[in-house]
Design a protein around this ligand. Structure first.
Ligand code: XUL
Ligand code: CO
Length: 439
């Protein structure tokens, strides 16, 4: 059955097209920088927002119909698969991401939920064989059911920890079955509201224990992809333990997990942490833990996780600039952890919003390549740090000098003047505009 019979495959028509159901910048098979755009960008559909999110918020019920014409949960889960594959094929999206419970809901007992999940993953696997569509990453929804009210791995209840481990075990098996190249830990309710009821030490130790168990099991069953942590500073809890990339790095290093995990950076999570998206990407890159991206954007006037489809081309440009500098995606990709606004409720809005997001990233990718090809920014940065390539700078880098040597050098030089130069921020910002608007 076709769910979107009034919408065909979305064509690429170029920047002069005014067809709202056409790509202006994303030309999936166009070869740029040695490979097709689709392989650079590795777009993914998020099963939760796109197939399940109906616009429900804390002030009102859903506005979009995401029943896919079925009322029984088993039939709806299969209809979701059919609709998701239709959306991906029509939009030239090659990957999808899922939580276990997005694919198949809970059925009363873990055994029953697992059995129903198996039926849905069998069905997906058959569709993947038919279409070639792939799984980017999977995860477990260990934050929705009331049992997770105090956290999953960080719950004070050992039984909740055990339940979470069992659920993650199955989610890992499902990810492996669907050929996923990533497995995500987003903190869910791993955090706290007040220290008056919280033993932070035990909670952090347990969170690490759960991750270690999961990594060991994943490797045992042949998972060769990347494990990711997706940092977020707050929401749902007041203090999420995985605040930002730097905090997560400290945690991973403390518990010896730093070789096993990379980052899944989400734009709106970065801004909630009072960082730019680029800051988080750069922090991951320079620490060798860049992995994957949850593509979306927040609203600077709203302090919560609005998960909007990304349309800010400056942000997508600087994001892709970081991705290129990191060597591109390997196991990761660009997952649209984004939802159409509650008022954008018709089936067409799914297509309009993905087109907006995919075009914003395609344009950002083209702009980032131009920035790098233009070379003015890179050259400026290179020159700015030139003092480290020779003389005293090189001796410091090579570990050849002591504090005494540096004192002697500083005393002999007198006040520092000749090696200070302007940061030229405004000039550089105008170079970015110049490159962007002459595309
Ligand atoms: C929540 C969020 C999640 C994760 C997966 O803010 O981003 O959807 O991406 O659990
Ligand atoms: Co996310």
């Amino acid at each position: 059955m076709e769910f979107f019979s009034n919408i065909g495959k979305i064509p690429y028509e170029g920047k002069d097209s005014t067809n709202p159901l056409a790509f202006k910048y994303y030309n999936p098979d166009e070869v740029i920088a040695g490979k097709p755009m689709r392989e650079h960008l590795k777009f993914a559909l998020s099963w939760w927002h796109t197939m399940g999110g109906d616009g429900t918020d804390m002030f009102g019920c859903g506005t979009a119909d995401k029943t896919w014409g079925e009322s029984a949960p088993e039939a709806r889960a299969k209809a979701k698969v059919d609709a998701a594959f239709e959306i991906m094929q029509k939009l030239s999206i090659d990957y999808f991401c899922f939580h276990d419970r997005d694919l198949s809901p809970e059925y009363g007992s873990l055994a029953a939920s697992n059995a129903e999940l198996d039926k849905v993953t069998d069905y997906i696997k058959a569709k993947q064989d038919e279409t070639g569509l792939k799984c980017l990453w999977g995860t477990a929804k260990c934050f929705d059911h009331p049992r997770f009210m105090h956290g999953a791995g960080t719950s004070p209840s050992a039984d909740v920890f055990a339940f979470s481990a069992a659920q993650i075990k199955k989610a890992l098996e499902s990810t492996v079955k669907l050929g996923g190249t990533g497995y995500v830990f987003w903190g869910g309710r791993e955090g706290y509201e007040t220290l008056l009821n919280t033993n932070m030490g035990i909670e952090l130790d347990n969170m690490a224990r759960l991750m270690r168990l999961a990594v060991d099991y994943g490797r045992k069953i042949g998972f060769k992809g990347d494990f990711y942590i997706e940092p977020k500073p707050k929401e749902p809890t007041k203090h999420q333990y995985d605040f930002d990339t730097a905090t997560v790095l400290g945690f991973l290093r403390k518990y010896g997990l730093d070789k096993d995990f990379k980052m899944n950076i989400e734009a709106n999570h970065a801004t909630l942490a009072q960082h730019t998206f680029q800051h988080e990407l750069a922090t991951a890159r320079v620490n060798g833990v860049f992995g994957s991206i949850d593509a979306n954007q927040g609203d600077p006037l709203l302090g919560w996780d609005t998960d909007q489809f990304p349309t800010n081309v400056y942000d997508t440009t600087m994001c892709m600039y970081e991705v290129i500098k990191a060597g591109g995606f390997t196991n990761g990709g660009l997952n649209f952890d984004a939802k159409a606004r509650r008022g954008s409720f018709t089936p067409e809005d799914i297509f309009y919003s993905y087109i907006a997001g995919m075009d914003a990233f395609a344009l950002g990718f083209r702009a980032a390549l131009k920035l790098i090809e233009d070379g003015r920014i890179d050259k400026f940065i290179e020159d700015r740090y030139a003092s480290w390539n020779t003389g005293i700078g090189k001796d410091i880098v090579d570990g050849k000098v002591t504090m005494e040597d540096l004192e002697k050098y500083a005393l002999s030089k007198g006040e520092v003047t000749d090696s200070l130069s302007s940061g030229r921020q405004e000039m550089l910002e105008s170079i970015v505009n110049n490159v962007l608007f002459s595309l």
